[in-house]
Design a protein. Structure first.
Ligand code: ZN
Length: 251
């Protein structure tokens, strides 16, 4: 099943795909028990919004060996966590803004995990059972700022630095997920969960021992090697098989 969020005359609504081009509107977020209202709209003409409205976005750094190496870092002994603020969220199709403070903004295509039930202090098996679905994330990063500051906060948090979507897909096999990132049609990154240093269950369990994860929270699981610059006019695409392609321009 694929879940979207769309702009409607009476405001943003969650929806689920019931056909190639048919969305059925829901009365609440699907992870909060949202039920079909009987109203429909067309996927191809709908204005897509971010398919999640998380209370927090938890990201994982250096979770692929080859990516840690390309930036000159060691693989951490424990997951390296940081946060992006919900104000950085960007819908599919909207433009990433290059901030004047940075001369080097880069894409990081990632597999996003959406939490289904509240998680606190759980083991990996229970954590995996609490996953609602999967989405695609671009963890856009001002690399020059990240390199000269200890905290990642500023480098990772500019408005528009967290494109997510186009949908949240349920029922995908978590052990078979893969992600690709292209810029202007040229493949820059590809990776899969088998290459992760810490798998999804281990990550969620680790995070749940620090902070309670709420339904709808978003975990971005780290990026494979091949990160590179985004320039004015670029088109960047992050694809997670089963989720679709998250496309954003750059300006
Ligand atoms: Zn990242």
């Amino acid at each position: 099943m694929r879940f979207y969020r769309v702009e409607q005359p009476n405001g943003p609504r969650f929806a689920r795909a019931t056909g190639d081009d048919v969305l059925e509107l829901l009365d609440a977020a699907p992870w909060s028990g949202g039920r079909p209202t009987g109203e429909h709209c067309s996927l191809s003409t709908a204005q897509l919004l971010t398919p999640v409205t998380p209370s927090k976005i938890v990201c994982v750094g250096r979770n692929y060996r080859a990516h840690a190496k390309e930036l000159g870092n060691e693989v951490p002994a424990e997951p390296l966590l940081f946060l992006k603020p919900p104000s950085a969220l960007l819908p599919p199709g909207a433009a990433i803004r290059l901030p004047p403070e940075s001369q080097r903004v880069e894409h990081e295509g990632e597999i996003g995990v959406v939490i289904g039930t509240r998680l606190h202090n759980v083991d990996a098996q229970e954590a995996v059972r609490s996953v609602f679905g999967i989405t695609a994330v671009n963890d856009v990063t001002a690399r020059d700022i990240q390199k000269r500051e200890v905290q990642f906060t500023r480098a990772k948090s500019f408005d528009t630095f967290c494109p997510v979507g186009p949908c949240v897909a349920t029922g995908l096999a978590l052990e078979q997920l893969s992600v690709r990132c292209s810029v202007n049609g040229q493949l820059r990154q590809h990776g899969n969960v088998e290459q992760m240093v810490f798998g999804i269950g281990a990550l969620l369990s680790f995070i749940s021992r620090i902070m309670t994860l709420e339904p709808g929270d978003l975990i971005s699981t780290g990026t494979p090697e091949g990160v590179g610059p985004l320039l004015q006019g670029d088109k960047v695409e992050v694809e997670v098989v089963g989720v679709g392609v998250l496309t954003n321009g750059v300006r």
